[in-house]
Structure formats: C-alpha cells, structure tokens
Design a protein around this ligand. Sequence first.
Ligand code: EPZ
Length: 427
Amino acid sequence: MEKLIVNGGRALHGAVRISGGKNSSLAIITAACLAADVSVLENVPQCRDVLTLKAILEALGARIELDRGRMAIDARALASHAAPYDLCRQMRASFYAAGLLLGRGGRAEIPLPGGCVIGSRPVDFHLRGFAALGAMVEIEHGYMKASARQLVGTTFFVPRSSVGTTINLMLAASMASGTTVLDNAAREPEVVDTAVFLNLMGARIKGAGTNSITIEGADALHGASYAIIPDRLEAGTYLLAAAATGGNVLVEQMIPEHISALLAKLEEAGAIVERGTDGVRVRAGGVHRGVHVDTAPYPGFATDLHPPFVALMSRADGQSRIRETVFESRFGYVDELRRMGADVHVEGDSAIVNGVPYLTGAPVEAVDIRAGATIIIAALSARGTSEIAGVDNVDRGYEQLDGKLSALGADVRRVEVRGESVPQPVA
Ligand code: EPZ
C-alpha cells in the first residue's frame, strides 16, 4: 500500500502543465474501438482509470500501446462481446463498452459498473437509451445483456442531462441505421471532444455542446488521429491548491473557459485570477472570503470541483455553503477534513463550512478521486504533517499529482507502507 506524506504550510509557486482530460480520454479511447481500424491519440494521461480501460479493451481483443501520452489503438481484432467483471467493477466509465459493443457488433454483455462512492449512480438512463435504439436489454446476474440485429435511430430525452448516457448513446447511435436525436443532452466539453473525434472517424454528429445532438448513423467508421483536450478538473485542482496555500501559480496548457464558473467563484472569494488564452494564473488574495456555490451541469460549477473548493473554503473568513445538485452523496471527504480541524458539516444537500484560521496535519484517507484531491489541498495548506492513505483513488484520476506538486515547491513524498510498519520511501 502506498501513502502520501505531506508536510504542509508551503505556498505553491511556479508553473504546471495540465495533462489530457481523463474523462475525455475514457470516452474517446472507447470510441476509437468502434472502427475495425487503427487510431492514434495524443495527450492521453497515464492515470489508473485509463490503464484500467486499456486492459478492458485489450480483454475484448483490441491491441493498445501507450507511450508518453501517445496511444495507438488497433481494434481490428476486437471480437468479444463480454467485458471482464474484475476490471469493469473498478470504474463507471467501463460502461462505455456497452455503447461500443452494441454499436460495433449488436451484442454486449457488461457487468454493472463500479466507480467512486458518491451516490447510488445507477445506469438506468443508459439502459433506457439502448432500448429506445431498439436493443433488447436485460439485467441478469449483475450483468447487462443487450442485443439488437440492427440499432435504429430514435429520439431520446436524456434524463438529468447525464454525461455518461449522452456519450454512450452517441457511441451506439453512430452505428445505428437512420437518425438519432438526443434531447436534453449533456453539454460538457468531454461530450464535445468525443463528438469531434467520432466525426473524424466518419460519424455525422451535429449539435454537440448544445442540448440537442443529432447523429446520422453510419455503416462503418474508420480510424483517426486526434489530441485529447486538457483536463479541466485537473486544472481546477491546481488553481485551488495554489489559492489554498497562499501561492502564485500559472496553470498552463488548459482551456480557461472550461472552468469559468470556478474562476468566477475564486474571484468572489478574493483570489486574483489572470486569464490567458491557454493558461490561468492564480494568486492568493490574503485570507479568502466564504462564498456560496451550487454545483450544476456544464457550464455551471462542476460537481467534481465541489470537494476541492471546500478545502479552500475551510480556511476562509466566514461561512460558505456548497450545494451539491448532481450527485446525492458527494460528501465522503467531510469526515476527513474534520480530522484536520475543518469546521464542516452536511445539511441536506449542502456542505456548510465555517472557516477556521488554520488546519492541522492528520492521518486521512482519499475515499474517491476528488475527495483525494480535497484532502491533499487541505494537507498542503495545513500546519504539520499529514499521512494520506487511499492514494490509489488519487492515481485513478490524476497523472503524477505528487510529482507536479513537488515541482511547485510542495513537500510531498510517496511511501510504501507494509502492514503497520514504518513508511519506506518509494523509488
Ligand atoms: C461523469 O459521470 C464523470 N465521469 C464524473 O466524473 C462527473 O462527476 C459526472 O459526469 C458529472 O459531470 C466520467 O466522465 C467518467 P452523469 P457520469 O451520468 O457520466 C444520475 C470524476 O471524478 N444518473 O452525468 O456517471 C447520476 O447518479 C468523475 O472524474 C442516473 O440516475 O455522470 C447523477 O446523479 C466522478 N442514472 C446524474 O444522473 C443513470 O443511468 C448525472 O450523472 C445515469 C446517471
């Protein structure tokens, strides 16, 4: 087991380059397998969820190589219709294999997915969408089994503007006969990125980035080359870490408008934000003010940035209320922050944060990807040493988080822990 040891109290300074989007990559790597052909992707982050997806697609027959952000995907031999349980249960995006296999071969057997513990996270919208496309769908022994001789275009209202449902149905509908219209579609940048890539493969998708996406089905798609957009959630994480530590950091190689809602809230809290064309500099503005936030689908304040934002607010002047509207229980980080001295509690759908003058380092655990980022930000700004367990969860979504933070001046070490023995440095 690995842990991160963070000695807090150092302001972050310098510049950090953002990796390719994790959530975009998961959709686009899967999309590449719709064609019995070769695709090449650039800017693919080497994080654990990407490696898990790679293993799932390899188990289905694809051949995939990842080398320093460049991924070559050869899906010519992809022949299986059944995805492996042990890999799929590790992450929710494994369910994109359903849209892929239904689209490509008309048959999919996929374990119901796992992923972050942030609410019940069912896949009922996905299943309804596949059924609307004409697939026979049933749940049996923990698996979704779906089949269709030919998927047929349809009009489908995407409940709650679900990102995953929108992407999964775009994958399947790209290979359906006729036209599919997705109403109330998600508008997230990752949806747009996936549509752009699918169009490069020969799909005919219009309206991605709006609430209504039209997909003209194609008989076959071909391989394509593409560079994944930067990870807006990673960018937001470093901006929040810079502000929380009283630092001054330029976050480079990102798309500022992808996190405008966060930038506005940082400014409201008193941080100094300078927007460039492909970078944002944030400077802490002394003690920040408490602010209220409601998470919302894009372009609103991203639910994934709610927990790290609470880490910043935990030392702000006054009270903040962060209302979570996307997931029902994204508050797993609250108990961990309280161990560090934060005054935060949950009331209904909101985290109520009363800012305290300082946090103190403590043994804490990263219970999911963004909860991990949250306690790391808190640990960086705290007095003393924090020992962070559950690093696996952080590695699911962040490429080299500890390396990038060290380069910004953080005192963070990754150590191997065996049982209850004393931590040993990892080479
Ligand atoms: C994607 O999850 C992201 N994951 C999440 O990021 C992100 O938090 C979320 O979108 C919202 O932006 C990936 O892209 C891999 P949804 P997804 O379908 O697609 C409910 C991270 O840390 N719902 O938009 O699973 C659902 O429970 C991760 O990087 C159903 O009820 O989210 C939620 O309340 C965590 N039934 C709401 O809809 C369904 O069939 C929106 O979820 C599908 C969703």
